[in-house]
Ligand binder design. Structure first.
Ligand code: HEC
Ligand code: HEC
Ligand code: HEC
Ligand code: HEC
Ligand code: HEC
Ligand code: HEC
Ligand code: HEC
Ligand code: HEC
Ligand code: HEC
Ligand code: HEC
Ligand code: HEC
Length: 551
């Protein structure tokens, strides 16, 4: 052994070239000169003098648990352990581009202790296994025993090359890896890419510091978030024994991962759990890797991209900063990678491929909110574009006929800050049916009050609507207050698609609820727009037969 190779061993033992000439003398010599961060002072010193709890009763050689100068197992460098013959379950997820198979190369070396199937003291050079303290044979259960089920561990033993990086744009090119991170000679990512079994300088034998996720972002380019509570990957991820399996999350599902902090336990993190616990909520919490298409499965990341979101609400109709670069569907029905408007996020699930049925049975039946709110629709609330009606006398300032609004102006948690409450904003859950932010009574014979239709009265002035002289429909008072007819009997809160209705029969969001309003004795059920604040009705309601009844 020459001086140069001797030095390289105790200077972190990096040089592969010296592996072939590592000898007993060199190994023993290196012990004497070992650094505090080196093997000797780490849990990888399994000899009787080791600092950890897992160690031999009397064996005093350090390197021997992994290396031998003679009769080595047929694995470089001079491996002294029996390799596991276990069959492993590799990591997988729907988003994964790589296809990891059985572990290869140096990962198999690590797994010869860390999969927990082989006695720690079972050495090629020892006729009987080295006896460990406390009766320990294999790796004790716990964080260091990662098992043979690697579906909950960071993927390993696959080629990380520029072809993979070009398929997954959230990966950096492996050609720019920091020198501390090494792929093996087959360009495969192994345990030894992230870990250095000989050097515990950074803790957990990491190849480099990971205090602010430097290790992770050396390879992953997820985008940037300005949310203080999310600045480290380990807020949500853990590289081993991750409870979720796919995506390596800290809890079993996406939702439970987020709710670890958003459940009231972290003072600065809005408490979303109180909202999702309400009767009408937006969550199928049991999913971590929902199948495509995802219309029927909602998790936090259906609306918030965990990697690029910021904080705060936007100005309608712009997408909220706290959504980040979230995928959507635009009002023309085309999928977009990053929604520009809040409603584009909702259209992924509540438009052409909607799976949930309308709450109210109506003359014109639709659950396609894309067509209901389309600029070509007959009449609509101004979510995607300014409304059709320029004369809306009930509107309260700052609302005008050219205002735009969010879906979440109607659909959000009751008690949200956005409506003057103190609870969190957002379409998470509400005690009001239809996930409505305020009360909106829909039963026939509902008694009118400021509270009963609070949802509408936030933007539409109650006294204007109920005035017999100032209202656009002077019989609002008669129907709503005297006859106790709910708004839904006549109005559809979303809009009426031009593929289903027309400007004569369905202006002013008129689309009768058929559980309350039925055809008249002539079999007609229609509203006819006859000009500004004028119209004619043919229908039967509350026992009254309207035949060409006009206002
Ligand atoms: C817990 C297991 C373990 C112990 C203990 C251990 N090594 Fe290693 N050693 C490894 C593994 C795994 C590799 C292969 C690393 C690689 O290829 O990246 C390795 C590689 C080496 C190499 C080749 C150079 C390199 O880094 O690729 C040398 C030299 C070496 N070890 C020396 C030693 C010496 C000397 C000791 C005792 C002070 C020691 N090792 C203790 C696991 C261990
Ligand atoms: C000879 C058996 C053996 C081999 C081979 C081995 N380890 Fe370990 N490793 C251990 C033991 C024992 C512990 C301590 C377990 C404990 O304290 O519960 C440990 C602990 C660790 C820890 C946790 C350290 C901490 O501070 O909690 C990491 C990380 C680790 N090993 C990584 C590796 C990697 C990566 C490899 C392969 C390059 C490897 N080990 C090879 C036996 C081994
Ligand atoms: C992509 C990087 C990466 C790869 C690949 C990787 N690890 Fe880790 N490993 C980490 C990080 C980061 C930690 C520290 C986690 C922490 O502190 O919470 C860690 C921790 C550990 C621990 C300590 C247990 C724990 O949860 O803290 C062990 C044991 C371990 N790794 C072994 C392995 C083995 C064996 C392999 C290969 C089968 C491997 N690692 C592959 C990044 C990696
Ligand atoms: C040396 C490069 C490297 C490092 C360091 C690294 N990763 Fe990875 N990681 C990859 C590659 C490559 C993939 C495979 C991506 C693919 O095929 O889609 C991957 C996959 C993943 C996956 C699974 C992705 C999926 O689509 O299912 C997660 C989650 C992940 N890494 C998180 C982390 C975290 C957290 C860290 C830091 C502890 C980390 N990675 C460190 C290279 C790395
Ligand atoms: C606020 C929680 C959170 C933080 C912080 C976070 N992630 Fe994620 N990550 C998730 C969730 C949830 C998923 C799974 C759903 C999805 O794909 O959006 C995921 C998926 C992934 C994936 C696989 C899917 C993909 O888009 O490629 C990778 C890789 C990943 N994260 C890496 C990272 C890295 C690296 C960091 C740190 C820079 C990080 N994550 C920070 C929550 C988070
Ligand atoms: C480790 C704790 C933690 C986890 C896990 C976590 N968050 Fe957060 N989150 C916070 C904290 C703390 C804040 C407030 C900090 C700030 O405003 O910068 C926050 C802020 C947010 C905001 C911005 C709110 C605003 O001000 O507009 C959103 C949205 C959010 N989190 C969603 C999520 C989602 C989705 C997940 C899961 C993918 C998640 N969080 C996981 C701690 C966490
Ligand atoms: C990933 C698909 C998905 C996305 C994106 C989505 N939703 Fe939903 N939504 C659902 C599902 C599924 C339900 C049924 C309840 C459940 O199981 O979560 C639902 C329920 C609702 C309800 C309650 C309906 C009722 O009758 O009780 C409303 C209102 C709603 N969503 C509005 C929205 C709005 C507004 C957005 C955009 C901010 C949105 N949704 C985004 C899938 C989605
Ligand atoms: C002006 C208030 C308002 C706006 C804006 C609004 N909704 Fe609604 N939405 C309601 C009301 C009220 C109901 C339930 C009663 C009804 O149909 O009138 C409802 C019902 C729903 C339902 C349940 C199924 C159904 O059709 O009855 C879903 C899903 C829904 N809305 C999604 C959305 C989406 C997505 C947006 C934005 C693209 C949106 N809503 C915009 C008021 C609104
Ligand atoms: C966040 C504010 C807001 C809320 C809440 C709201 N509206 Fe409106 N509404 C508007 C605006 C703005 C217009 C003007 C659109 C236009 O100019 O065509 C409007 C217009 C209307 C119109 C007239 C449409 C036309 O084409 O003539 C009707 C009818 C209507 N709203 C009914 C309701 C009902 C019923 C509710 C309760 C379910 C409600 N609104 C809740 C803001 C709101
Ligand atoms: C259907 C879409 C949707 C889903 C699913 C969703 N959110 Fe939201 N979230 C919103 C909307 C809309 C807002 C309101 C934006 C605003 O006003 O700040 C919001 C706001 C937030 C805020 C900021 C609240 C505040 O008052 O500042 C946090 C934090 C948040 N969401 C976390 C989560 C978490 C955690 C989950 C999963 C349990 C989740 N969201 C699921 C749509 C969603
Ligand atoms: C019996 C049917 C009926 C009921 C019930 C009804 N409306 Fe109307 N509403 C109309 C008709 C018809 C118009 C169209 C008036 C016109 O010709 O412009 C109208 C117009 C409106 C307008 C548009 C212009 C304006 O600012 O006045 C709003 C807003 C409105 N209604 C809100 C409501 C609300 C809120 C409720 C429940 C509290 C309600 N309506 C109940 C029939 C009804």
């Amino acid at each position: 052994m020459n001086h140069a190779s001797f030095a390289s061993i105790h200077n972190g033992l990096r040089s592969r070239a010296v592996a072939a000439c590592v000898g007993t003398v060199a190994l023993v010599a290196s012990l004497a000169a070992a650094q505090p961060s080196g093997v000797v002072f780490s849990r990888h010193n399994l000899s009787a003098s080791g600092p950890g709890t897992v160690k031999a009763v009397s064996e005093d050689q350090v390197c021997i648990f992994c290396h031998t100068p003679h009769n080595a197992a047929p694995v470089q460098p001079l491996w002294n352990r029996t390799m596991s013959i276990s069959s492993y379950l590799p990591y997988s997820s729907r988003a994964l581009d790589a296809a990891p198979g059985q572990p290869t190369g140096t990962s198999k070396m690590c797994l010869s202790c860390h999969d927990g199937t082989i006695a720690l003291g079972a050495l090629v050079t020892a006729p009987t296994p080295v006896v460990m303290t406390g009766g320990v044979t294999r790796m004790p259960a716990g964080h260091a025993n990662i098992g043979t089920d690697l579906r909950d561990d960071h993927p390993i033993s696959f080629r990380f090359d520029s072809s993979l990086a070009s398929r997954d744009r959230k990966l950096r090119s492996p050609t720019g890896l920091p020198s501390a991170l090494k792929l093996d000679s087959n360009a495969e990512l192994q345990c030894t890419t992230c870990h250095d079994a000989h050097n515990n300088t950074f803790g957990k034998f990491l190849s480099m510091q990971n205090s602010v996720s430097q290790l992770c972002i050396s390879c992953h380019n997820m985008g940037t978030t300005t949310v203080t509570g999310h600045n480290a990957c380990n807020a949500c991820h853990q590289p081993h024994s991750a409870p979720s399996g796919p995506y390596l999350l800290r809890a079993q599902t996406i939702t439970t991962t987020c709710l670890q902090c958003h459940n009231g336990s972290v003072a600065t993190a809005p408490n979303i759990l109180t909202a999702t616990n309400r009767a009408y909520n937006h969550d199928t919490a049991s999913m971590v890797d929902p199948p495509d298409p995802q219309q029927s499965h909602t998790t936090c990341v259906s609306c918030h991209d965990p990697h690029t979101m910021g904080t705060g609400r936007g100005v309608a109709p712009a997408v909220h900063p706290n959504f980040g670069r979230i995928a959507g569907v635009n009002i023309a029905g085309t999928a977009v990678e990053a929604a520009a408007y809040e409603y584009e996020t909702c259209l992924k699930c509540h438009a052409d491929a909607a799976t949930i049925l309308p709450r109210i049975s109506r003359r014109i039946v639709s659950n396609n909110t894309r067509l209901e709110f389309s600029p070509s629709a007959v009449s609509f609330h101004p979510v995607a574009t300014a409304g059709r009606n320029s004369n809306v006398p009930s509107l309260k300032p700052p609302m005008t006929a050219s205002s735009l609004m969010y879906c979440s102006d109607c659909h959000a948690a009751d008690g949200a800050r956005s409506v003057g409450g103190s609870g969190p904003n957002g379409t998470h859950g509400s005690s009001n049916p239809g996930l409505l932010v305020e009360r909106y009574d829909t039963a026939d014979n509902s008694t009118e009050s400021a509270a009963a239709y609070a949802l509408c009265y936030r933007c539409h002035d109650r006294s204007n609507l109920m005035s017999e002289s100032a209202s656009s429909f002077r019989y609002h008072k008669k129907h709503v207050q005297e006859e106790r007819t709910p708004c839904i009997a006549c109005h559809d809160s979303h809009g009426i698609s031009s593929t289903q209705g027309n400007a004569t029969n369905n202006s002013h969001l008129i689309n009768f609820a058929t559980n309350i309003v039925t055809p008249n004795t002539q079999g007609r059920l229609e509203f006819i727009d006859t000009g500004t604040f004028r119209g004619t009705c043919n229908l039967r309601c509350h026992g009254d037969n309207h035949v060409n009844k006009s206002y």
